[in-house]
Design a protein around this ligand. Structure first.
Ligand SMILES: C[S@@+](CC[C@H](N)C(=O)[O-])C[C@H]1O[C@@H](n2cnc3c(N)ncnc32)[C@H](O)[C@@H]1O
Length: 253
């Protein structure tokens, strides 16, 4: 997919590639000092991990989300919320599909989760991408969203919910996403690790068409063992209850 991106979107979890690079250096030193050619195999493996990571964060996730949003067939008048929007990789792609709608990003702007993360960086990217007139940015926690119930047509999130430190916190973020969706509204959530649990939570909250699928090699984030999955769901058009779920609270996935 031809995807010109004019903004600067940083590197996700920048300590991760730094740690991988340090491991590669250690393997290289051991290969030379200990005359251990086996270390070259380990080094090649870690180089592949580093390549996969950097590709995903710099290019792959942008290409994948461009495709997901194109296939979402947005009308252009939607209110779209991006949970943990960071420097706007997904938010600003979504904004390009809007005419009268708004793309709203919420974030805590944590630089441990994305290099150079700040509301100013995202505003600059919005201007560079030509969508500053279609976006709103909020500083806020996705476990306690500063938005009314049923105020968004679409909620998206990319590689953000796993940054919440506890299963209970991640459950709360899922519940908040459902709360702010309009009846008939759609959720598209890409993440690593706990995506089966997100799926279970969404089903328990009464969401419809709950599905989960892998997003392929472009979104591996460090090899197939760190694959990203997309969880999708639709809020029922009929009345929706805020009733608590029956999932086991001790489930720590
Ligand atoms: C790995 S970055 C991904 C950013 C963006 N979605 C992307 O794909 O480029 C994760 C983002 O989640 C944000 N974040 C982490 N915990 C959060 C929370 N509880 N509420 C809101 N944002 C949060 C971080 O500040 C960071 O911007």
């Amino acid at each position: 997919m031809n995807l010109p991106r004019r903004g600067s979107y940083g590197i996700d979890a920048p300590y991760a590639p730094a740690v991988i690079a340090a491991i590669i250096v250690v393997f290289a030193v051991l290969a030379i000092v200990a005359h251990n050619p086996g270390m070259l195999v380990s080094m090649a493996f870690m180089l592949a991990v580093l390549g996969s990571y950097l590709y995903t964060t710099l290019r792959g996730k942008h290409v994948v989300w461009a495709g997901l949003l194109a296939r979402a067939k947005l009308r252009g008048d939607e209110r779209i919320l991006d949970l943990g929007c960071g420097r706007g990789a997904v938010l600003l792609l979504a904004a390009k599909h809007l005419s009268t709608g708004r793309a709203v990003g919420v974030d805590l702007w944590r630089s441990v989760d994305q290099s150079g993360n700040s509301i100013e960086a995202t505003q600059r990217n919005a201007a560079t991408e030509g969508v500053a007139d279609r976006i709103d940015l909020h500083t806020g926690d996705m476990t306690a969203l500063p938005f009314d119930d049923r105020s968004f047509d679409v909620v998206v999130s990319s590689l953000a919910v796993h940054n919440i430190g506890t299963p209970a916190g991640r459950d709360q973020a899922i519940a908040e996403a459902v709360r702010v969706l309009r009846p008939g509204g759609r959720l598209m959530l890409a993440d690593i690790r706990a995506t089966r649990r997100y799926q279970d939570r969404l089903a328990a909250l009464g969401m419809l068409d709950v599905a989960r699928r892998g997003l392929g090699w472009r979104f591996w984030w460090g090899g197939p063992w760190a694959a990203t999955h997309l969880v999708t769901a639709t809020k029922p058009a009929a009345a929706w209850s805020d009733a608590p779920t029956e999932l086991d609270e001790n489930d720590s996935r």
